[in-house]
Design a protein around this ligand. Structure first.
Ligand code: 45D
Length: 319
């Protein structure tokens, strides 16, 4: 018998996730467009400094380059309008192209635009703009979050921009996926408290960007992967497409775990540790929990990845 998705979603219910992230994004969404753009600019000038220019998005800007060149040629007022359209999710040609970009291309696009605003090639916040009290409150909240949560807020606001008629959850793999790391260069993962093959092998394969090998550890029938603050992605094909888009260059640094056997022979395993994104490299370690539901054959039926509320949560191994 296969456990229902609902039943496995609730394993290790004492795990405290960073609920400040969706609350902050909801507050951000309520701000007017001027405030949104200004707030992102302030946040970026404080946090964006640690973005690593070698991030994978940089190499994939081919799709965004045409639009960036177009923007460069515009008057300052038109440049500001483009940014307003993006933030307002208006239906304009540029906003539509942006909506079709992959995650890394969207991030790379704004990274480039940010650099151009920095250097004065693209218009900054209009002179005379004054931040409203509401926007200032959101900015203060962002400042109070830990770095891993800050970059998650920044990332989600960017991904929400643009006009996407299809409203797809993730994009078709528009970018060629990099080759997995050679076997001779892979490292064995050791996690205190965990000996389950599927869990250890999952981490090893993800760190080698070998998503085909990673997905082979999942059940064939409707496996589910639930990313932070998202609905589960269901099915092997959908999960691999998602990994190709979102997991290139991710570094997973699990620290410890706990494993529990259930009477029917299935298991639930929770591990906690850090994850680094190629966008920020070693500058930002996100505090992450992975909750695995394994069937009696040791295959992954469900994997939830959560951003934790605090570094102390890394040690919380209770049920
Ligand atoms: O509007 O095991 C300006 C899964 C101007 C998979 C700007 C995972 C105004 C399974 C400032 C220029 C993926 C779930 C804007 C694990 C303006 C698995 C620019 C987890 C917008 C572990 C803003 C992975 C800029 C995780 C340049 C949790 C913003 C990955 C740039 C998390 C923001 C990755 C960037 C994160 C944010 C990456 C580059 C949170 C990157 C964040």
């Amino acid at each position: 018998m296969v456990a229902s998705l609902e039943s496995v979603q609730n394993m290790f219910p004492s795990t405290l996730i960073a609920s400040a992230v969706p609350t902050t994004i909801a507050a951000f969404d309520k701000l007017n467009i001027e405030d949104q753009l200004a707030l992102l600019w302030y946040a970026y000038t404080e946090m964006g400094r640690s973005i690593t220019p070698a991030a994978p998005g940089a190499a994939r800007l081919i799709l965004a380059q045409g639009i960036l060149d177009q923007i460069k040629q515009m008057s300052p007022a038109a440049q500001t309008q483009v940014m307003r359209d993006l933030a307002a999710r208006a239906d304009s040609p540029i906003s539509r192209s942006y909506g079709s970009f992959s995650v890394n291309t969207k991030l790379g696009f704004w990274y480039e635009l940010g650099e151009m605003m920095q250097s004065g090639v693209v218009a900054r916040i209009p002179a005379g703009y004054e931040i409203t009290g509401d926007a200032n409150a959101v900015l203060e909240t962002i400042k109070s979050l830990d770095a891993g949560q800050q970059i998650t807020v920044l990332r989600n606001t960017v991904l929400n921009m643009g006009f996407d008629p299809a409203q797809t959850d993730y994009k078709k793999p528009e970018e060629p996926s990099a080759k997995p790391v050679a076997f001779s260069l892979r490292t064995k993962s050791e996690i205190a408290g965990v000996s389950e093959y599927a869990v250890l092998s999952y981490i090893e394969n993800m760190n080698a960007f070998d998503f085909k090998a990673a997905i082979s550890l999942f059940v064939t029938e409707s496996p589910a992967l639930q990313p932070p603050f998202q609905k589960p992605i269901i099915g092997r094909e959908a999960i691999v497409a998602y990994m190709n888009e979102e997991c290139q260059g991710l570094k997973m640094l699990p620290q410890q775990g706990i494993s529990e056997a259930l009477p029917d022979g299935s298991k639930q395993v929770k591990i906690t540790g850090k994850v680094q994104t190629p966008w920020f490299g070693v500058n930002v370690g996100m505090n992450i929990a992975w909750r695995f539901a394994l069937n009696p054959q040791g295959e992954i039926r469900y994997l939830a990845v959560d951003l934790l509320a605090s570094p102390q949560e890394l040690l919380n191994m209770q049920r």
